[in-house]
Design a protein around this ligand. Structure first.
Ligand code: PBG
Length: 326
């Protein structure tokens, strides 16, 4: 037998050959753009820890949604930042509240050309910044929070969301939201469950983006970074409760979890490339330490390769523009 036995380098000789044998490639339709809308802004406001990302006004948000349609993006995920917060996050239920009004504006602009998704969580709406309401001891009260999530889901569906995305990691959240949606006649509104969401230091810039009031951490409801098996249990529970799509979050530090979930999930799997992942690459690129475009493309492709059906990334629009001009 001659040596070497085989020469894999043959399939790497030209750009055309590499393109032909690529096992994974990205498409705009699998990218979801997360966006922030802030009540009371007159101009879009930059987020310093996320260069290039802004808190939108209604007008700039609608423009971004229209651009997403033009670019062929798969979806848009809306986060709202209310002007007034309280202990129970009541602005989340108000049809005129910042998030519900934004869902309605975006739906009116894009119709069914883009999948309109909304974050279903209380942390932007509570004055203490937790994802749920607190009991007398200051602990997050799971079941009292579920009752509010159910109402939030209906409010978001009524505003026009195609998909609601519970991100608070309360036990049983998918089931109560599904039941409430069905009871209100929204049987076609899908639930994208943040199934395996880890307590991560990489959420840092997001907390600036939503002007978070959180003191302390979310370790009593978000998952511990050391746990792998538990992610599958969380996914199984969400599936049993009726999740239409399951998510792993963050993405890059959790690619093993994403691969595990992709291997067992009968429903589509989303992955969220979060604010800190974005900020790290932007910061290194701004220093001239890495090639920005190449690093962005490689990072998102790695999430696809690990098994994501769809990817939330703050680069969705820019990346889609590159993909279209390739
Ligand atoms: C909670 C929520 C968070 C993110 C999305 N939804 C933050 C948190 O759990 O503290 C983070 C997204 C990001 O960092 O880009 N509603």
């Amino acid at each position: 037998m001659s040596f070497p036995q085989h020469r894999p380098r043959r399939l790497r000789t030209t750009t055309a050959m590499r393109r032909l044998v690529a096992e994974h490639r990205l498409a705009p339709a699998e990218l979801i753009l997360p966006v922030f809308i802030r009540e009371g802004l007159s101009e879009p406001a930059p987020i310093s820890s996320m260069p290039g990302v802004v808190q939108h006004t209604t007008q700039s948000l609608v423009a971004a949604a229209r651009e997403a349609v033009e670019l062929g993006l798969g979806g848009i995920m809306l986060f709202g930042i209310p002007a007034v917060r309280d202990a129970a996050g009541t602005a989340s239920l108000d049809p005129e509240g910042v998030l519900n009004a934004a869902i309605a504006s975006v739906r009116a602009a894009v119709g069914n050309e883009l999948v309109v998704m909304s974050d279903l969580c209380l942390d932007e709406f509570t004055d203490h910044g937790h994802c749920g309401i607190l009991d007398a001891n200051g602990a997050v009260d799971n079941d009292a929070t579920l009752a509010i999530y159910a109402r939030m889901g209906v409010a978001q569906a009524r505003a026009g969301a195609h998909v609601v995305a519970p991100s608070g990691m309360m036990d049983g959240q998918v089931g109560v939201i599904r039941q409430a949606l069905d009871a209100a006649g929204f049987t076609d509104v899908a639930v994208l469950a943040y199934a395996a969401k880890y307590a991560s230091a990489f959420y840092g810039p997001f907390r600036e983006a939503v002007d978070s009031q959180l003191q302390g951490d979310r370790r009593t409801y978000q998952m511990d970074a050391g746990n792998r098996r538990e992610a599958l249990h969380e996914v199984e529970l969400d599936l049993a409760e009726g999740a239409d799509i399951v998510m792993v979050k963050p993405a890059m530090s959790y690619l093993d979890i994403l691969a595990d979930v992709a291997a067992m999930s009968p429903v589509p799997v989303a992955a969220y490339q979060i604010s800190g992942e974005y900020a790290m690459i932007e910061a290194a690129a701004a220093n001239g330490w890495i090639n920005r475009r190449a690093a962005i493309e490689e990072s998102v492709l790695s999430i696809k390769r690990a098994g994501a059906t769809m990817i939330l990334t703050y680069w969705a629009a820019e990346l889609a523009g590159w993909l279209r001009s390739n």
